[in-house]
Ligand binder design. Structure first.
Ligand code: S3P
Length: 452
């Protein structure tokens, strides 16, 4: 095992917490066998549906990232007893669909857009007021995409400026709607389906491009009546959620950093265990394979309604590709690291229909363009995408803008670059991937975290 980690603590005199940075040195092959932490999307939903179930739900493999911890803390503040997490295990003593209590405090959802939007769907159905807030990044994220359709269901939910904080006031009842989503968003779809549990009549959501369907799969597992057809999902109001135990697969979005690094670092051979390979998440595999990546699925099976497989990846030359809006929706969180693959591929990669990237934890188009330019790559920014000319990554300094996925994408760039890369603003890596540096170093990365 190769483990290179030096923690250098240089405190500055200002009161603000020192920023966490990574110094990433160029490395060689990526090898071994790893299991990345649990899927973030599925972990949030496990806690939410577990809390609303009529009885106790044991979850294994839960992501113990900051985002999911914020979800757990918020349900505790609403009276739900949750044991753990210990080594990915939690037991949630569900209080039933109508058993939540008003929180004495504002619900602080940290950095998590998923929590903010899914909670909104649940809380508009409650008989108490709620206020939802988050960190500076979450306070910049658009919320009209949920406040408008939830209001059309009869909810009272306000975001004065269209961004958090959100204020929810109880209403006497919600009613189902038939909603065509103007953006491809699983968070919006999920918020409406969760509100639909509390509404009179059917709630139907139509999507222009397929988005992740974990909510649909998990609701079914909890006994909710749901009809799913191409581009349409409809939910009936529920009396109760039947408690079921859950096992969370490893997160394909976290695995993606290693899939790209191992594809591009010569001589690599890596096995990623028990990764979720839900077809609505597999865009990253399809795109990498279309670029020439050697990725094989082994031991495919289902766990709690979700497809899971081990992924074997070995180094292969990559060629440029075109990524369109439908492919974007299936790989939305993996696009930052796919930009690194494009920067090292032969030829010019074009990404279109990716305007949603501007509304993530940071503006991910602007962040990738700035970072790749400073590492010597020719990249052109468009309103809804990028054109990336494959070349050689140089060493240099990049800013993650506090975005976990940008930070890890540039850690991959650092491994593949000709010289060391310093990545600034890595404190939020723990929102989705606690232990990233340790796991990366096990596979052959050379990352030294330090603070400035
Ligand atoms: C998520 C959906 C995606 C994704 C996010 C998690 C979810 O957001 O970017 O990290 O768990 O539903 P959108 O569906 O809003 O694009």
């Amino acid at each position: 095992m190769r483990l290179t980690m030096t923690v250098v603590l240089v405190m500055n005199s200002s009161a603000a917490a020192p920023a966490l940075c990574y110094q990433v040195s160029p490395g060689s092959s990526i090898t071994g066998r790893i299991r990345v932490p649990g899927d973030k999307s599925i972990s949030h939903r496990a806690v939410i549906l577990g809390a609303l179930a009529s009885g106790s739900v044991a979850v294994t493999g839960l992501l113990e990232g900051e985002d999911v911890k914020a979800t757990i803390a918020a349900f505790r503040a609403m009276g739900v007893v949750i044991e753990g997490p210990v080594a990915g295990g939690v037991t949630i003593h569900g209080v039933g669909l109508h058993g939540l209590q008003a929180s004495a405090e504002v619900l602080d959802l940290g950095n998590s857009g998923t929590a903010m939007r899914l909670f909104s769907g649940v809380l508009v159905g409650q008989s108490f007021r709620s206020e939802l807030d988050g960190d500076a990044s979450l306070r910049r994220r658009p919320m009209r995409r949920i406040t408008e359709p939830l209001s059309a269901m009869g909810a009272r939910i306000e975001a004065t400026t269209g961004t958090p904080p959100l204020h929810i006031t109880p209403v006497s009842g919600l009613h189902g709607i038939d909603y065509v989503m103007p953006v491809a968003s699983a968070q919006v779809k999920s918020a409406l389906l969760l509100a639909g549990l509390y509404a009179q009549g059917q709630t139907r959501v139509r999507e222009l491009a397929p988005t992740r369907d974990h909510t649909e799969r998990m609701l079914r597992g909890f006994g909710v009546k749901l009809s799913v057809a191409a581009g349409k999902v409809a939910v009936q109001p529920a009396q109760r959620l039947h408690p079921v135990n859950l096992a969370v697969p490893a997160d394909l979005s976290s695995a993606a950093f290693f899939l790209v690094a191992a594809s591009l670092a010569g001589g690599s051979n890596l096995l990623l265990e028990s990764v979720g390979v839900n077809p609505t998440r597999c865009g990253v595999l399809t795109i990498l394979q279309s670029m020439g990546a050697r990725i094989t699925r082994l031991h495919e099976h289902q766990v709690c309604g979700e497809p899971v497989a081990d992924l074997a990846v070995s180094a292969a030359p990559l060629q440029a590709t075109d990524i369109d809006a439908e492919a974007v929706a299936l790989a939305i969180d993996e696009l930052p690291v796919l930009c690194i693959a494009a920067a090292m591929a032969s030829g010019t990669t074009r990404i279109h229909g990716a305007g949603e990237l501007r509304h993530k934890e940071c503006d991910r188009i602007a962040a990738m363009v700035a970072g790749l330019q400073s590492l010597g790559i020719e990249i052109h920014e468009h309103r809804d995408g990028m054109t990336i000319v494959g070349g050689r990554l140089q060493g240099g300094q990049v800013d993650s803008f506090g975005d976990h996925r940008i930070a890890m994408a540039f850690a991959v760039a650092g491994h593949l670059a000709q010289g060391p890369v310093q990545v600034r603003g890595c404190e939020n890596v723990a929102t989705s991937f606690p232990g990233f540096v340790e796991i990366a170093c096990q596979t052959g990365f050379v990352i030294e975290p330090y603070r400035i």
